[in-house]
Design a protein around this ligand. Structure first.
Ligand code: ADP
Ligand code: ZN
Length: 602
């Protein structure tokens, strides 16, 4: 079969995504390659299709059992003979798999680098290895964020299997890691394929300076908009994951917690529950995610600012792998910035970490399209207006805020620059609390001059002032605010200060509220009631075969079914994502359901 025929017959897709076909041709021709594609970009097909075209068995090295399991399940659900050798198998299963491998029945074999080292001699002697794919190839590099010492053994892979092409794949785009992968794996004249890192189906939204209460209400609304769908909420600390989860559970949401302080068994359980839709939402530290291939995560929220754009992009990348619309929200406040700055200051790569944080901060503060900033960060020069980020949707407006800025600067100066953020706000607002009274700040000339502006807006303006360089935070002096020379220019009337108009949450969300929760991803002409019925049937089948629902059919395919409403097997087989095997195994039940639904409609 040709690559196209395999794509259609096994996967049910009509066309390749950018680069897939070229990569397949290169590998089938025996060449080594490094593939850089974002999560959800379609890397797996790049080695799976060559594996089906070539004689023998393809080896796929993967770092985690959960990832192997997911891939093997997905391949089997398309009628492709794939297996995994790993420590979760019992010895009888392993023996059976090995026997089938030696009979040439297994087309794709997943295994960990440790296991490959053990099986190497046996494989060399008994098996025709068609190609070797190294998934999550950045794990070989100490520069990457997931270094795994076991991966270093892969440097000898060509010596062990000199006639098999090696294909390294990763979603990590950074340049140092890329060069290191090539070097460590000793690839032979590799071609490097880099696809765009844009993920247009992920919306980007930054919400600034909200109180904990406001954040909680936004989180709850987001979960409600995605009732019955999956989402991840990242928090900075273990304690914070637990607290947030407790609050959400009080409101009746189905929520799990994941962090590195839990036992391995607890973590596996939570992960399994999430993958199998027994838990909708996970509150997690960044420890969560590496083993998650779940394709239908519909929202990712950062309850705290991430420490770098790389981590941020990787974390939101866990959403929307199936290509459907997915929401991402980042909460941004000064406290997080201060905490992270402190971490960075104290780390042993201080300069690099501070720089990375600075870029993250610039992203959160940006007044231009946020996607543009991300793409530029990853080296794709872009001047897009994506239309799917908060800046594009609500372009910021500016006004002459000189008087506001002067009031704040004057308050800071009059205390001898001995106050932090909150005391500044107290003075401006004329709050008579103990701390203010004990210092006599209530008799300052600026006391109460900013009563007309609510505290949370002052908070926002002070952050803007920080960003524009009118003030700085003295990290070594109790976080006191200091007026800069640029600030003095404004204070003494030499310069005008423009501020961005603060957009209130209620105004922002009003548009979204009109969307019916379940209808978030409905395509044109789709039958919402039928979608629900199809979803229930998918769940039933998933439970019968004990696999995650998205392995049975992806959300995207389910939406396409609800739109096209095929009633015959042939029409069913034409839907994107349905290959021959799914047509044969699922077609009867799904078309029967659709026929019944249509007959009720009359
Ligand atoms: P990655 O490994 O790069 O994260 P996957 O290989 O898991 O991405 O692919 C992500 C999703 O895109 C999967 O659901 C896959 O079936 C789908 N996909 C891949 N290639 C195509 C294609 N050519 N047409 C339609 N869907 C595709
Ligand atoms: Zn945009």
């Amino acid at each position: 079969m040709t690559a196209h025929e395999i794509l259609k017959t096994y996967y049910g897709y009509d066309s390749f995504r950018p680069l897939q076909e070229e990569i397949i041709r290169h590998v089938v021709g025996g060449g080594d390659a490094l593939v850089l594609m974002p999560t959800g970009g379609g890397k797996s097909l790049c080695y799976q299709i060559p594996a089906l075209m070539l004689d023998g068995t393809a080896l796929v090295v993967s770092p985690l059992i959960s990832l192997m399991k997911d891939q093997v399940d997905a391949l089997k659900s398309n009628g492709i003979c794939a297996e995994a050798l790993n420590s979760s198998n019992d010895s009888i299963t392993d023996a059976d798999i090995c026997q089938r491998i030696s009979h040439g029945e297994v087309k794709i074999l997943y295994l960990s680098p440790e296991r490959l080292a053990i099986e190497k001699d046996w494989l060399q002697q008994n098996v025709n290895i068609s190609l070797i794919a190294i998934d999550e190839a950045h794990c070989i590099s100490q520069w990457g964020h997931d270094f795994r010492p076991e991966y270093t053994q892969l440097g000898e892979i060509h010596e062990a299997f000199p006639s098999s092409p090696v294909l390294a794949l990763t979603a990590t785009a950074d340049k140092t890691t890329k060069i290191d992968i090539l070097k460590q794996l000793k690839l032979r004249n590799p071609r490097i394929f880099i696809s765009s890192f844009d993920r247009p189906n992920l919306s980007l939204d930054v919400r600034r300076l909200l109180t904990a209460k406001d954040r909680l209400s936004i989180i709850k609304n987001t979960i409600l908009r995605h009732r019955g769908e999956s989402g991840i909420i990242y928090c900075l600390s273990r304690k914070a994951t637990q607290q947030l989860a407790d609050k959400l559970r009080e409101s009746g949401f189905s929520v799990g917690v994941y962090h590195a302080g839990m036992t391995a068994q607890q973590r596996t359980q939570v992960q399994e529950d999430f993958i199998n839709d027994r838990i909708d939402v996970i509150c997690a530290t960044i420890a969560f995610g590496m083993g998650i291939d779940k394709s239908n995560v519909r929202f990712v929220i950062h309850n705290n600012l991430p420490k770098s754009i790389e981590s941020f992009y990787q974390e939101i990348g866990r959403g929307g792998r199936d290509g459907l619309n997915t929401e991402t929200i980042l909460f941004y406040n000064l406290q997080d910035l201060i905490t992270l700055k402190k971490f960075a200051e104290e780390s042993n790569q201080k300069d690099i970490n501070l720089e990375k944080l600075k870029r993250m901060e610039e992203y959160a503060e940006a007044l231009v399209c946020r996607r543009r900033i991300l793409l530029n960060y990853f080296g794709e020069t872009s001047d897009c207006q994506c239309g799917n980020c908060d800046v594009c949707k609500n372009p910021p407006q500016r006004f002459d805020g000189t008087v506001i800025v002067q009031k704040a600067l004057s308050a800071i100066r009059r205390t001898g620059q001995q106050i932090g953020m909150w005391a500044t706000i107290d003075i401006l607002r004329g709050n008579t609390n103990a701390a203010i009274m004990s210092k006599g700040y209530n008799s300052l000339k600026t006391f109460g001059v900013g009563r007309d502006i609510p505290a949370r807006e002052w908070h926002d303006y002070l952050l803007q002032m920080l960003q524009m360089g009118y003030i700085e935070i003295a990290y070594d002096e109790d976080m006191h605010l200091k007026v800069t020379t640029l600030g003095d220019d404004v204070l003494y009337g030499r310069k005008q200060a423009d501020l961005a108009v603060i957009v209130h949450e209620d105004k922002r969300t009003s548009r979204k509220k009109e969307v019916h929760p379940q209808l978030f991803n409905l395509v044109q002409g789709e039958d919402a009631e039928l979608f629900e019925k199809l979803r229930v049937l998918r769940r039933t089948i998933a439970d019968e075969i004990n696999k995650p629902a998205y392995i049975v059919l992806s959300d995207k395919t389910l939406h396409a079914l609800a739109q096209s409403r095929p009633t015959t097997l042939d029409d069913f087989g034409e839907i994107s994502g349905i290959g021959q095997y799914k047509k044969d195994t699922l077609g009867e039940r799904f078309t029967a359901l659709i026929r019944e639904h249509l007959s009720k409609l009359g």
